[in-house]
Design a binder for this molecule. Sequence first.
Ligand SMILES: [Zn+2]
Length: 190
Amino acid sequence: MIQIETKIMTRNDCYKAGRTMTPRGITIHSTAEPGKGARVWYDLWNRPASEQNGREVCVHAFMDDEVVMQYLPWNHRGWHAGGRDNDDHIGIEICEPAGIEYCGEFDLHLYNPARFQPYFDKVYADAVELCVRLIREFPTIEVDEIVSHDEGWRRGTASAHHDPEHWWHHHGRDMNDFRAAVRKALEEGR
Ligand SMILES: [Zn+2]
């Protein structure tokens, strides 16, 4: 059972913009910042853009293998997709484990799936559970609208990022698998 802690980023400009939305989908991201767990992002992002080199970012939640940290109200318009998915998608960032090395913006260097499999399995299952909970709370969310940042980019509703597939593909998982897992959990009443 996932544990959700709520700690709203009230100093972030996105929160201050105060726009609400009706969630119709969920955008799944991964951070590309190995070793930074869900809790550390609060201090990094709970500040105005002027204190973050002008970066305007905020997401509804970060999750790692221990906790889901909710940083925006779920019906608050977030700044995570870099496109119109921001208007009606809840943004979830999956934290990447310490030890992953990058050799390009979305290229992992000598990735060893076996080493990270336990972490991957936990966050993947927890992300499924979180999506199920969100769908129960917001029946306006459609499973088909649970998309990755990469899928949003491919269809023109998000910026050119390739998370989390750039990481997941090393574990043989993609968003079709993920949506199927959410559907199954919903059907089984989990
Ligand atoms: Zn992303």
